[in-house]
Design a binder for this molecule. Sequence first.
Ligand SMILES: [Zn+2]
Length: 276
Amino acid sequence: MALSTRIGRIEIIAICDFIPPPAPPTEPFPDVPIEAWEPYRESSLTEDGLYPRNYGVFVLRSDDFTAIVDTGLGPGPHASQNGVEGKLLENLAAVGVQPSDVECVINTHIHPDHVGWNIVDGKPTFSRARYSLSRVDWEHWTGQADIAGHVRDNAVPLEDLGVLDLVEDDQELLIGVRTLGTPGHTPGHQSILIESGGQAAVITGDVLHTPAQFQEPGWSFRADIDKERAIASRKMLIERAIADRLTVAAGHLRYDGNIGHIVELDGKRYWRVRTD
Ligand SMILES: [Zn+2]
């Protein structure tokens, strides 16, 4: 049973594309010495002291629309060179979502593990959908002399197919769904704010990679392109999530607990999985 929650009229469902084996924490966080993880072993590491990995995406479903935020690693070369094949489509079917049900695909940023299922064999996987990408990220990734494989395969064709919408920060994409600029991990990285019925949530993309970062926002993930900006975005998002009591959905947190709240107790920040 997939973890899901409801924000007013909008249901958020956590879907997994792929769960790779856990890794030593110094792999994703090379600047963080292993001893520094000690206080966060229980919240953030496996029993063996490893970093649990997950390539997660989120479905947004209401009476008005079905949307998906990020599309995982996909079936393409990036996944297979890592020895994996994403299971997104099977896992969507398990919650009653067919690719043709999806009207809007939102990529938080253009990294291989977030755009993997956008296109398969040159065709959009989500055949009826418009695809939203950050304009800043698009210009960054497509403006390079040597365009990366995942950009060439899973972003550029969207333009030729006529299904691409380049979006700005703070832009409404659907009723109750808007972008929130959180640059740093990539130049145009966007989180997704969901507001409905007086409740609110945020899908954080790659602003957050471990619950330890709630207390240690200065910890940089290996792939953060501009570490200082990423830290500033992370701090902003954490403060806002606490102040506004946002439900937080973070696709790289452990699959069975990646929707929750950041709570503050005695001056320390903790992750509380949402269980409804
Ligand atoms: Zn990622």
